[in-house]
Ligand binder design. Structure first.
Ligand code: BGC
Length: 443
């Protein structure tokens, strides 16, 4: 009977949201009007040379079977995103088929008892927007405001909780520093400019959504890493890494909760205002240790590793590190706003680590709630294997696995574990016994 001690029980408050998260471009397929479509056609951009193609077939109607499974599995909410380039194929044009599709999708969620949490922007830009300069363009903020206005006018009756942007911090790092996402730049100043525009776009969308739908709630979703110094004995390093962690993790919270850009940036905070959000969307996957050795030329002297004791996912992308989640939760609790855990998950085709990953990350969430943090829900990434951006079809985050050739789905064992947790609104000794074998495999 070691399992219940190793994996003790915990529970969540009544009304807790249980769901999974998906994003339009990763599941819909046939998305041809955005900057990712262009990017996928360029040689060498996607690890396995694949494209999003039919993705998970949601545009063809497969969303129905996926949401059926989510509902049967005890989930009461789903986080999806809208594809801006479908809704606005040109700046002043709204597409009737896309409107009908998303209305059916949101109505389909309600019909299945899944409360929608809708993201307006999950990484992809319409190609026309990219051609105008994307997030560096002069009209970027006003374009996003027009989009948000049109969305809330057309779908405001079907959704209360809205996320403006998904992970704008990861987006600007990948697009303007790492160069892995379109437009593939490597320039930190461009990244900061894009971040400033996105913070302003969020703020104006927050205002317009509230103006049209006063009962709506608006948040932003940010990716948090637990960033620790690789060389804790070097004081300069510790200070520098602390500053980087703050910039990477807190830039958007500072901008939209406190209404301030970091003091070193020459951007006026006048288009910002404090309190421009109703909830904070927290994405957490892993922790990293970061160090700086100025005499090394590669990567500007920066090096990083995962916490050595943390088991890694098969691809090495995610380290199972719930301690980092605890620190991140305590940090985000300090923002003093309601929080929704909008993503958390691991790429694990064989489902060896995922069961323990789910149980131990949820344990940290439950513990944070008992320390007084207001967490309203948890959305596992993801419902079904999907197109993993520059990694193509090589990474498997789904509770259900999917063959991208046939679109046939198959349940992974952790889908059953997660279902039991959702049904019980927590993790019980009974669930620990039931899934003992698979929780032990990962030890
Ligand atoms: C993104 C998802 C992505 C997931 C796994 C998140 O940061 O929002 O789109 O699939 O990470 O890498």
């Amino acid at each position: 009977m070691t399992t219940p001690q190793r994996f003790p029980a915990y529970s969540f408050p009544k009304g807790f949201l249980w769901g999974t998260a998906t994003s339009a471009h990763q599941v819909e397929g046939h998305n041809t009007r955005n900057n990712w479509h262009q990017w996928e056609q360029e040689h060498g951009r996607i690890l396995d040379g694949s494209t999003s193609g039919r993705a998970c077939g949601w545009w063809e109607g497969h969303w129905r079977e996926d949401l059926d499974r989510a509902a049967v599995a005890g989930q009461n909410a789903h986080r999806c995103s809208l594809e801006w380039s479908r809704l606005q194929p040109a700046p002043e044009t709204w597409d009737d088929d896309a409107i009908a599709f998303y209305r059916a999708l949101l109505e389909g969620m309600h019909a299945r008892g899944l409360c929608p949490l809708v993201t307006l922007h999950h990484y992809t830009d319409p190609q026309w927007f990219a051609d105008e300069g994307g997030w560096l363009g002069r009209r970027a903020v006003q374009r996003f405001r027009a989009y948000a206005t049109g969305v809330i006018e057309r779908f405001g009756d079907l959704c209360v909780d809205w996320c403006t942007f998904n992970e704008p911090n990861a987006l600007v790092l990948q697009s303007y520093v790492g160069g892995y996402y379109p437009p593939g730049k490597r320039n930190i100043l461009l990244a900061l400019c894009a971040a400033v525009h996105i913070a302003r776009a969020h703020t104006t969308a927050f205002e317009v959504i509230h103006h049209i739908a006063p009962e709506a709630r608006v948040g932003i979703v940010v990716l948090h890493y637990d960033i620790q110094p690789l060389y804790p004995q070097r004081k300069g390093n510790v200070r520098l890494i602390g500053m980087i962690a703050r910039l990477v993790n807190d830039f958007f919270a500072d901008a939209v909760i406190r209404g301030q850009f970091p003091a070193f940036l020459p951007f006026p905070s006048r288009d910002l205002r404090p309190g421009a959000l109703d909830f904070y969307g927290l994405n957490y996957y892993t922790g990293v240790e970061l160090g700086w050795t100025p005499w090394r030329k590669r990567h500007l002297g920066f090096s990083f590793r995962y916490p050595p004791e943390a088991p890694r996912s098969p691809s090495g992308l995610v380290a199972h590190y719930p301690e980092g989640f605890r620190r991140v939760l305590d940090h985000v609790a300090g923002y003093g706003v309601p929080v929704i855990i909008t993503e958390n998950g691991i790429d694990d085709a064989d489902d060896r680590l995922r069961p323990r990953y789910i149980v131990e990350h949820l344990r940290e969430a439950a513990a944070a709630i008992s320390r007084g943090m207001r967490i309203e829900g948890y959305f596992h990434w993801s419902l079904v294997d999907n197109f993993e951006w520059e990694k193509g079809w090589t990474h498997h985050f789904g509770l259900w696995e999917m063959d991208p050739e046939t679109l046939v789905r198959r349940e992974r064992a952790s889908a059953r574990l997660y279902a039991d947790i959702c049904h019980a609104n927590g993790f019980t000794d009974g669930i620990a016994h039931e899934h003992e074998a698979m929780l032990r495999v990962a030890e």
